[in-house]
Design a protein around this ligand. Structure first.
Ligand code: MEV
Length: 451
């Protein structure tokens, strides 16, 4: 079996999830207590409360952490929230997001609601192909070496697959071999080649898989090239494993307090053009996209450094750093957005073997393949970008940011329970979101003298 482009997760869910027809739209979710949200999650996902109890325990014990990395002295927690309203290829998802920045989850959920009104996200994923690189140096004749390697391709692919028999059994394996000349030989010195082994990793991220394959065949490649092998390692520019997502947003949901839908749409299109023309802006635009992607990568136990490296290298693939998502006014008058980026992530192996929180994250999401997970991540990235550009193109980012920031400041000032919202509302009304002000308001609300 070989993996093809995937448009939606069609295989049966290993766990009960919102995929079984339950809506990810939960009006008023943010107003519930944490306990009530978890109960709601249990109902929506079909996951028993006993399993979700892990959420209240930080998802990882020190004992488990000690088996993951070295020199462990403890664990370190981050908030885990749910991205709501996501509908991707006709299916609803509750999206676990692990992030420290206020407003990221609310913004992505709001944008997902707008996209939902336009029919939801439409996503497709390349097959899960990773690239392993074998560097060949001291190559006396790069042309002849390239031909020799390509002529031996079939035998080389067999050797690659012999190194990963389990992967072959799971339907994956090495699909192709490509050779790139990095430096031609001159009279003064020999040349340098790199061989790309293109490996279908199925539902694994695949770093270990492809590194093993590269190490197994490097000596034979060097022999064929008449040179030496150097590095044997995956490429994080996983551009054979891209995900593409598009969406349409109706104008009436784009409208803000002071701007109508057309003005907001045109502002977003202008913001997109800005990012397309200026790498300084493109970096911030893409940061806003990764605001949505990284929290899902983290919540599902994936390698966010790898995803970040792949995203930014892909953004710069033309030689100029460009935005990963762009926005246009469609001929139907609606706002149209699209994103494309590599998604080197997995739903099996790696951290998932040892981190119960990562396993739970995947269960909440209920995806059945790495391709499907990549489509969810890119959709959340596109939603985050939409939310940021809408705010920037209309009232500006600070208004929304500040009201959410006010909640963190209220907590930092010592508020708890209902007082958090009361203090935050007062801070926003005053337009003064400082901790000292929050402490004064808190003292007043509690009826004690001002501190
Ligand atoms: C802040 O975390 C992200 C933004 O700067 C993204 C953007 O400017 O597009 C708001």
């Amino acid at each position: 079996m070989s993996h093809s482009k995937q448009k939606s997760g069609s295989s049966p869910d290993p766990v009960q999830s919102v995929g079984s027809g339950v809506s990810s739209r939960i009006p008023g979710f943010y107003k519930l207590s944490v306990q009530d949200r978890v109960s709601m999650l249990s109902v929506r996902s079909g996951l028993p409360s006993a399993e979700l109890a892990l959420l209240g325990e930080g998802c990882l014990t020190v004992e488990q952490a000690n088996h993951m990395v070295e020199n462990v002295v403890g664990t370190y927690s981050l908030p885990l929230g749910l991205g709501l309203n996501f509908q991707i290829n006709g299916r609803d998802y509750l999206v676990p997001m692990c992030v420290e920045e206020p407003s990221v989850i609310a913004a992505a959920s709001n944008a997902a609601r707008m996209v939902r009104e336009g029919g939801g996200f439409v996503a497709e994923a390349d097959p899960p192909l990773m690239i392993a690189q074998v560097q060949l140096y001291d190559v006396p004749d790069t042309e002849r070496a390239t031909q020799a390697i390509l002529a031996d391709k079939e035998a080389l692919i067999v050797a690659c697959n012999d190194a990963q028999p389990n992967l072959l059994r799971r339907g994956g394996g090495t699909r192709d071999i490509e050779v790139r000349t990095l430096e031609r030989e001159t009279e003064a010195r020999p040349g340098m080649l790199v061989v790309h082994l293109i490996v279908d990793c199925c539902d694994a991220m695949g770093a270990n898989l492809v590194n093993t394959v590269a190490e197994a065949v490097a000596p034979r490649l060097a022999e064929l090239a008449g040179g030496c092998f150097g590095l044997r390692i995956l490429s994080n520019l996983a551009d054979r494993r891209c995900v593409r997502v598009r969406c349409r947003v109706p104008l009436d949901v784009l409208r803000s307090e002071r701007f109508d839908g057309v003005a907001v749409r045109d502002g977003i299109v202008l913001a997109s053009r800005f990012a397309e023309l200026d790498p300084y802006r493109a970096a911030t635009h893409n940061k806003g996209i990764m605001n949505g992607i990284d929290p899902v990568v983290l919540a599902t136990g994936n390698d966010w450094r790898g995803v970040e490296a792949g995203a930014h290298a892909f953004a710069a693939r033309s030689g100029v750093y460009r935005p990963l998502a762009i926005w246009r006014a469609g001929s139907d008058g609606l706002l149209h957005g699209q994103i494309e980026l590599p998604m080197a992530i997995g739903t099996v192996g790696g951290t998932l073997r040892v981190h119960p929180g990562a396993r739970l994250g995947l269960q909440i999401l209920g995806v059945s393949s790495a391709q499907e997970l990549g489509m969810v991540m890119a959709s959340v990235g596109l939603a985050s970008n939409l939310a940021a550009l809408r705010a920037l193109a209309a009232e500006g980012i600070q208004q929304g940011h500040m009201s959410l920031h006010a909640r963190s400041v209220a907590v930092a000032a010592g508020a708890s329970g209902e007082l958090v919202d009361q203090v935050a509302a007062e801070l926003s009304k005053l337009g003064d979101v400082r901790k000292e002000r929050a402490e004064q308001i808190l003292a007043q609300l509690r009826g004690s003298p001002t501190v």
